[in-house]
Design a protein around this ligand. Structure first.
Ligand SMILES: Nc1nc2c(ncn2[C@@H]2O[C@H](COP(=O)(O)OP(=O)(O)O)[C@@H](O)[C@H]2O)c(=O)[nH]1
Ligand SMILES: [Mg+2]
Length: 345
C-alpha cells in the first residue's frame, strides 16, 4: 500500500512541476513576443510567394494539356505536333511556337536525359531573362519617376494604376495620379475615387480638358511636391486609329517638356482574355510610341497566358506586372520563374 501511495505522490508532483513549467514558458514567450513586436516594421510587406499563390487561382496551365509529354526526353513527330497544337492554343503565337520548337529540337539532341518539362522551362526562362534587363527599370532613380499607362478601352488601365500606386505606397513611396483620361465620361472621377481609397494624390482638370496639359501639370506638380512616382492614366484608344495614336505621341512629347527624360516608362495594359488581339495591340502601340513594359490583366479569367511569351520573344518588351483579380492586392510583379512553374507545374 505504502509504496503505491509513494509512486502516486511522485507522479502527482511531477505533473504539477510540468504544468508549472509550461505556464512559465507561455508567460515568458508572451512577454518576449510583446517586446519584439515593438521593433517589427509596421508597414505591411507584400508576401513573397504572391505570384505562385495568385496563379494558383487561375486555370493557367500547360501541364494539364501536355500531360505525359512533359516527362518524355525523346520525342517523335507526333509528340512535336501535339506540343505545337498546345502552344498555339495557349496563345503563344505561331512565330514563337516555331521558334520554341526549333530550340527544343536542338536542345533535345544535346541532352539525352532532360525531360521536355525541363528543356521547355529553360527556353522560356531564356526568353524572359533576355528582355528583362533591356529597357529602363521601374526602380529608376529619377524623381519623380514618370510612368505613362496606355491601352485600349476596358483592359484595366485605371484599376491597374490604382493597384500599382498601392504597391508603390506599400514600399513607402509617394504617388501622384494624373487623370489624363479626360475623354470618357466618369473616368476622372473613377481615378479620384481610387486615389482617395488608397490615399494617393491626384491631379485632374475638368472632363474634356487637353490630356497633354493634364500630364504636363501632373509632372510639374509631382516635381514640386517631391513625389516618387507620377502615374499617368490615359484614355483608351484603338491601336488602329492613327489620330488617337498621334495624340498619345503628343502627350509623350509634352511630358518630356515638363521633365527632360520623362516619361521614364510607358506601359501597355493588355487583357489576357483577348488573346492574339492583345498581341496585335502590343505590336501597334510599340511601333507608335515605344513600350518599356507590359501589364497583363485578367489572368484569372483565362487559361491562355501564353501571350506574354510571344510578346517577350517577338517584341522584346518585358512583362512588368500581372493582374489576377479585382482586389488591390491582385496586381503582382511578374516573376518569370514562378510564371513558368505555374505554366508547366
Ligand atoms: N477579373 C479581373 N478584372 C480586372 C482585372 N483588372 C481589371 N479588371 C476589371 O476590368 C474592368 C475595366 O477596368 P478599367 O480599369 O476601368 O479599364 P480601363 O478602361 O482600361 O481603364 C473593371 O471592372 C476592373 O475591375 C483583373 O486582373 N482581373
Ligand atoms: Mg480607364
Amino acid at each position: 500500500m505504502l509504496p503505491q501511495l509513494h509512486t502516486a505522490q511522485i507522479l502527482f508532483s511531477a505533473l504539477c512541476y510540468l504544468t508549472a513549467a509550461v505556464l512559465v514558458f507561455l508567460v515568458v514567450f508572451g512577454i518576449v513576443n510583446l517586446f519584439l513586436s515593438f521593433f517589427r516594421p509596421t508597414q505591411r510587406q507584400l508576401p513573397t510567394v504572391e505570384l505562385t499563390l495568385g496563379l494558383g487561382k487561375t486555370k493557367l496551365s500547360l501541364k494539364d494539356r501536355l500531360g505525359d509529354l512533359l516527362r518524355l526526353s525523346r520525342f517523335d513527330e507526333v509528340a512535336y505536333g501535339r506540343l505545337e497544337e498546345v502552344l498555339i492554343s495557349a496563345d503563344v503565337g505561331v512565330k514563337t511556337t516555331d521558334f520554341l520548337l526549333t530550340r527544343l529540337r536542338a536542345e533535345e539532341k544535346k541532352h539525352e536525359t532532360l525531360s521536355l518539362q525541363k528543356i521547355l522551362s529553360q527556353e522560356l526562362l531564356k526568353i524572359f531573362e533576355h528582355v528583362a534587363d533591356l529597357p529602363s527599370n521601374p526602380s529608376s532613380t529619377a524623381t519623380p519617376h514618370v510612368l505613362m499607362m496606355v491601352g485600349v478601352n476596358g483592359v484595366g488601365k485605371t484599376t491597374s494604376i490604382a493597384k500599382l500606386a498601392h504597391y508603390f505606397q506599400q514600399k513607402g513611396e509617394k504617388v501622384l495620379l494624373a487623370a489624363a483620361d479626360t475623354f470618357r465620361a466618369g473616368a476622372v472621377n473613377q481615378l479620384k475615387v481610387w486615389a482617395e481609397r488608397i490615399g494617393a494624390a491626384t491631379l485632374a482638370q475638368q472632363e474634356g480638358a487637353d490630356p497633354a496639359s493634364v500630364a504636363f501639370d501632373a509632372v510639374k506638380s509631382g516635381e514640386a511636391k517631391a513625389m516618387h512616382q507620377v502615374i499617368i492614366d490615359t484614355a483608351g484608344r484603338l491601336h488602329t486609329k492613327v489620330n488617337l495614336m498621334e495624340e498619345l505621341k503628343k502627350i509623350h512629347r509634352v511630358i518630356g517638356k515638363a521633365l527632360p527624360g520623362a516619361p521614364h516608362e510607358v506601359w501597355l495594359v493588355i487583357d489576357a482574355t483577348q488573346g492574339q488581339n492583345a498581341f496585335q495591340q502590343a505590336r501597334d502601340f510599340h511601333a507608335a510610341i515605344g513600350l518599356t513594359g507590359i501589364v497583363l490583366t485578367k489572368l484569372d479569367g483565362t487559361a491562355k497566358g501564353g501571350i506574354v511569351i510571344g510578346i517577350a520573344n517577338e517584341l522584346q518588351v518585358p512583362i512588368r506586372f500581372v493582374g489576377l483579380g479585382e482586389k488591390l492586392e491582385d496586381l503582382r510583379p511578374f516573376r518569370a520563374q514562378e510564371f513558368i512553374e505555374a505554366l508547366l507545374g
